[in-house]
Design a protein around this ligand. Structure first.
Ligand code: PHE
Length: 355
């Protein structure tokens, strides 16, 4: 038997028992690797007589082609078998009963943010965001609150640096500046987000959530602000009538400024929003101060508008009867299980917000 015949028969004996890609790779190395049986034969070509060499080379090439074809064929076979195997094993039996599984709940604050976004999107507001770590300029200076302004002290700011250039934003109002600087008027946005103040008791947490609103266009008036808030409060609390009261107030970044109270009463130890003789403060608002527009590169002679800011946690507490703010941030699973919402039940205006 010639060397080539021998190689052929060794190969044939081996290739039939190949089951995996790994086996195949081993055979490939054994025959075509650096010191492979076929490779070795090619190395002998140089030492042959010219005549012998021609014949041998042509035979050798035939054997080589034959072997590599078989390897290629085997490879496809294995690959097909693997795919079929996978299809067989990954089959889903849709008749099996559903396995019980532990379901997470949506935190009331997240739920309320979704509800609020849905309500405002109905009247053309889009959602904007900004970072929790803000510059002192965006948080105060650009909002018409210079360094010596008493409002700065009222904010109990967490500064991140000694030189006070960076801080944890004390309200969502700096996003007004960011939004206006990064676009062209008109602006119609709401901004839900985390805010921080160095303060903590039953109704104050060092981290809490605010919702900012900003609507800037050519002829926006305080009437639009009232209409917008009236619509929002009714939709949010899912009631037909809401008594609302605008109280004169002061914010450096709005002029005039107001605080808004809504009417409520207590019935069977539960709070009923909308009617009654008691007042509850829910938000601060006003017409955006011309200085703020200027700082945000908006021409105050052409554009004006309103802004408002409210505490999201408080709204969530009122709507869902939660009486201690601190529970929001304690990550107690039992609490979340009780007050949380179904993750598959996303609030929308047309389908209902909370039911
Ligand atoms: N940023 C104010 C606060 O945190 C609320 C507010 C926003 C008031 C926008 C007026 C306009 O108290």
């Amino acid at each position: 038997m010639s060397d080539l015949d021998k190689i052929n028969s060794i190969f044939n004996a081996k290739i039939d028992s190949v089951k995996t890609k790994e086996d195949l790779q081993n055979i490939k190395t054994e025959f075509f690797g650096k010191n492979g049986k076929i490779t070795q034969q090619f190395k002998t070509l140089g030492s042959l007589e010219a005549n012998d060499r021609k014949d041998f080379a042509s035979n050798l090439n035939k054997v080589k082609d034959n072997l590599s074809n078989q390897i290629e064929k085997k490879f496809l076979e294995i690959e097909n078998a693997e795919i079929n195997d996978k299809l067989k094993n990954e089959k889903v039996d849709v008749t099996l009963p559903v396995r019980p599984f532990q379901r997470g709940k949506i935190h009331p604050v997240s739920q309320v943010i979704d509800e609020i976004s849905s309500i405002f999107s109905e009247i053309g507001f889009s959602v904007a965001e900004g970072p929790d770590v803000e510059t002192e300029y965006n948080n105060f200076t650009a909002l018409n609150t210079p360094e010596d302004h008493p409002a700065r002290d009222m904010h109990d700011t967490f500064y991140l640096e000694k030189n006070k250039k960076l801080l944890l934003r004390t309200h969502t109002s700096p996003v007004q500046i960011r939004a206006m600087l990064s676009g062209k008027p008109p602006f119609k946005i709401i901004v839900p987000g985390r805010t921080y103040r160095c303060d903590s008791d039953q109704t104050h947490a060092p981290m809490f959530h605010q919702l900012e609103g900003l609507h800037i266009d050519k002829s926006i008036t305080m009437g639009h602000l009232k209409g917008c808030l009236d619509y929002f409060i009714k939709e949010f609390f899912e009631v037909k009538n809401v008594k609302m009261r605008f109280r004169p107030s002061h914010f450096p970044f709005t002029e005039p400024s107001a605080e808004v109270d809504i009417g409520y009463r207590i019935e069977n130890e539960k709070i009923v929003i909308g009617e009654g003789n008691k007042w509850l403060e829910v938000l601060g608002c006003g017409m955006v101060h011309p200085n703020v527009l200027k700082n945000a590169k908006v021409n105050p002679n052409k554009y004006r508008g309103f802004a408002f800011g409210m505490g999201i946690d408080r709204l969530a507490m009122l709507k869902y009867g939660i009486n201690d703010l601190r529970a929001f941030f304690e990550t107690d699973y039992r609490w979340l299980n009780h007050f949380g919402f179904d993750p598959l039940d996303v609030p929308t205006n047309y389908r209902g917000l909370s039911k």
